[in-house]
Design a protein around this ligand. Sequence first.
Ligand code: PMV
Length: 334
Amino acid sequence: MRALAPGKIILSGEHAVVYGKPALVLAVDRYAEATISSNAESRVHFELIDFDENSSLTLQALRELKGRLLRNYQMFLNGELGIRDVLKKPFHLFEFLFITLIDGLQLKLDRGLDILLHSDIPVGSGMGSSAATLVSVLKGLAAFFKLNFQADDFFAYGLEAEKLQHGKPSGVDPYISVHGGFVRFQNKQAQKLVMPRVPFTIVNTGSPQATTGECVSFVSEHFATSPIWDDFEAVTNKMQYALLAGDVLDVQRCVRENHKLLTTIGVVPHTVQNFIRDIEKAGGAAKIAGAGSVRGERGGMVTVYADAIPTDIVNRYGYELLRVKGEPNGARVV
Ligand code: PMV
């Protein structure tokens, strides 16, 4: 059984979406892939091909792990543990998801399983790689066990697991990976939009030093009750109309305004700010896409709106251009 789930790019509203404001989110043609097969042992074997990491546990060991992770998460909620310390290993996230699904639905496992995970979505860079991987595992397991799962079920299980990694996520990442397309996402609900026609380029400024969970915690400490989220909402609304109208200049104005707000909340590293300033000087506009970073100089993905791809500026900063397209479809068995 093989399942694919797409990554995503947030065009507007990252961070604000955690505070109930809208975000515009586009699924893209980069995928996480889960391959599931049975084995003769009584263990569940996870292999993260891209990390060269693997783990093999019995159901009993998986249950104990789940208990530990839930205790860690509770400590995070009590302010006793940083979100980075809730999961000790990357595959714990998928093991938690697996045992939560098996026990939640009281599924019988009469043999072991091999679950191979691979992704071409850059990790920890604002493209929703972990949510897409979670959703690909869910999609594969649902097909393997012939579960009558609806989109809402995939979303709910994906979100539950994502909390261990991102703390208090908005749910935008698992939602878009399940559904695909272009949506306006707010309060765990989404409105489907026409795919945007205004061209943009994605630039990878490198994997951030801080995780999404850390960025969300930092922003919450400093801005949870700030009126700045109304400004984010206003710019997202303007951006939505500009994108749908195909008004490039208006989109660029919104992106510049959005970048200023993201800089104010402290998630745009200085070097990335300089890069965006150079893009703006050359007549374009750019902003981080995703959580950004509250430490170090790398900010993950940046979306650039410019007449011509600014390769000279990108090269000067040693960044990488990514070719991605919108993906109209969500996770699926292939
Ligand atoms: O996982 P990232 O880097 O795309 O960030 C997700 C977007 C945030 O708004 C920063 C967090 C969230 O849960 O919505």
